[in-house]
Design a protein around this ligand. Sequence first.
Ligand code: GLA
Length: 370
Amino acid sequence: MTWARAILLTMTFSTIATALQASVTKAPFGKTQDGTPVEIYTITSGKAEARIMTYGARVVSLKVPDRDGKVGDVVLGYNSVAEYQADPSTYFGSIVGRYGNRLAKGTFAIDGKEYHVPVNNNGQSLHGGTLGFDKLVWTGKEIPDGVEMTLVSKDGDMGYPGTMTTHAKYTLHGATLRIDYTLSTDKTTVANITNHSYFNLSGDGSGSILDEIITIPASRYTPVTPVLIPTGIEPVAGTPFDFTKPTVIGKRIDEANEQLKIAGGYDHNWVLNGQMGVLHEAAKVEDPKSGRVLTVTTTEPGVQFYTGNFLDGTFKGKTGAVYAKHAGLCLETQHFPDSPNHPSFPSTLLKPGQPRHSTTIFTFTTEAKK
Ligand code: GLA
């Protein structure tokens, strides 16, 4: 091969590589009530588009093709920061923390010292308390194929010990959105971080998710008390919580089952069969209508499958449609709720000098009509 040919070949390969790389643009997205500017990053892969803003590190929209190649937005959300701020309780698209999900009575102990964090949900602490990570403005930085969001939560923030830094890297390849988290602290603290996007594979604002089909590779789940605090770990076999085989979400949701009654549908943590720390499947959702399929893989030990039971028609989304009960579903990959008060659950302690890494990947594909 001549030098000229070698150079030409190299150039061709690098052109292809560039073409495969997602483009990233940044734009202003208004201001929070206290005047802090918010930015939105648009990541375009050629096949899909994700928009992520610095307020709550939220996924604002995620456009992926259906079985006919028609692109549609598959996450719930709003058109302005003001609307996000007017809704304190859905957590649309956000990264929740410092302790995502619930802590019983907002109380936990580290090395014998008791801590109290704000209770904001039936006497329990939910998603980090009254001013959790979802309601703070993160710092965005463009990275190859995406954006890195960073948040520094000061020692004592919402009552938690230690200054904790969270990095969340969102990257888009084809129709795959990947989130890589790194958490670190300067004093031992507790942490549980997840993304709280609501998916509707037929499209944002298209109605209920009850006809979508879900598979969750988990033989066990954590049943809850009436205030949604886990009581322990139980098998799913023989219950409406067994999603080890593909099942229509609405099929058993109204069964006379105490756990379904307590939560008004599904709002539980499944104990994934895969090994923590290694990528494994958390859930697969198939939408017979659009043909879209979402596969979630994660390194986390659990997933909160939530069927949008508390959406009650109060809020109108991006398309102008009202979000009624079951307008979207969440797949919050996570450590188990209230872990600091359950010594048998995987530990959520975050120690100085021992950063915690985790990854969750949302892959969109399509399938033909069955
Ligand atoms: C999580 C919780 C639900 C609910 C939503 C937000 O999924 O488990 O109970 O609070 O967040 O509305």
